[in-house]
Write a protein that binds this ligand. Structure first.
Ligand SMILES: [Zn+2]
Ligand SMILES: [Zn+2]
Length: 258
């Protein structure tokens, strides 16, 4: 039980540590102007919130989520100790990861899209995330705490429960999902980024959603683009060079103004 408890704690705490370490690394990469998807000037002019406010907002959200996640782990935990000592094979782990990714993506797509359709929810909750027109790494989880709970904590709990993964496996899954979310908001298109190779849902794809013309598209997050494709909200992007240097993700087909 002691090990199980510490895994549950790690499953809650590690994604928070990973968030700040990974986005900290990206802040250092931020000086590579040639790989930015927006100019620094755009970041200052278009974003509706300052960086200190973003840091405070993320920390508040992470604190609320950590408390709820620990309670959820406690409530849903297996007290019989039946799973302790059982080694999971690679195949079983891979299947659990895929199921968890599919569950998290499905939940987040539906809730995210609903938050755009429901004007009340958009105005009072989800618009906070959209104060970052020019996303950057540590702004990834700049959300209203209610959104963090509804999309991330409930989505995480569902993917954990439905995949049947152990608390130990969840440390890796939630850390991976966190890294992916940070990467999608990094605002950079760095050559050789493995996420860009393995996932069509990436920093350029999600950048489209953060633009004023893109808020009706690319709701899928954090892994695949399946739901956008199936439900007709997929907006492909093309990467073009900006005159002042760096790149820009432009919509690659006609779009409806929001
Ligand atoms: Zn949105
Ligand atoms: Zn975002």
């Amino acid at each position: 039980m002691e090990f199980s408890l510490s895994d549950e704690l790690l499953g809650t705490v590690m994604p928070i540590v990973v968030y700040w370490v990974y986005s900290g690394l990206y802040m250092m990469f931020g000086s590579y102007d040639n790989y930015r998807l927006h100019s620094r000037q755009d970041e200052h002019e278009k974003n509706l919130v300052t960086k200190p406010t973003v840091v405070k907002g993320v920390l508040l959200q992470q604190a609320v989520q950590a408390v709820v996640a620990i309670i959820l782990f406690k409530v849903t935990g297996d007290d019989t100790d039946a799973t302790i000592g059982k080694q999971s094979s690679f195949i079983v782990l891979a299947r659990q990861f895929l199921i968890a990714m599919a569950v998290l993506d499905t939940w987040q797509y539906m809730m995210h899209r609903y938050m755009h359709q429901n004007k009340f929810l958009y105005r009072h909750i989800h618009s906070q995330h959209h104060r970052l027109i020019v996303p950057y790494a540590f702004g990834a989880l700049y959300n209203h705490p209610a959104e963090g709970l509804l999309l991330d904590t409930v989505g995480g709990a569902l993917s954990f429960l439905l995949s049947g993964m152990s608390p130990r496996a969840s440390i890796f899954f939630f850390s991976f999902a966190t890294i992916k979310t940070v990467d999608d908001h990094c605002g950079l298109w760095l050559p050789g980024n493995p996420f860009h190779f393995f996932f069509s849902n990436n920093s350029a794809y999600h950048d489209i959603h953060h633009q004023r013309f893109g808020t009706k598209y690319n709701f899928s997050q954090p892994f695949f683009v399946v739901w956008d494709r199936v439900l007709g909200t997929h907006m492909p992007y093309s990467l073009e060079k900006r005159a002042e240097g760096g790149l820009e993700a432009r919509p690659a087909k006609e779009y409806k103004e929001s």
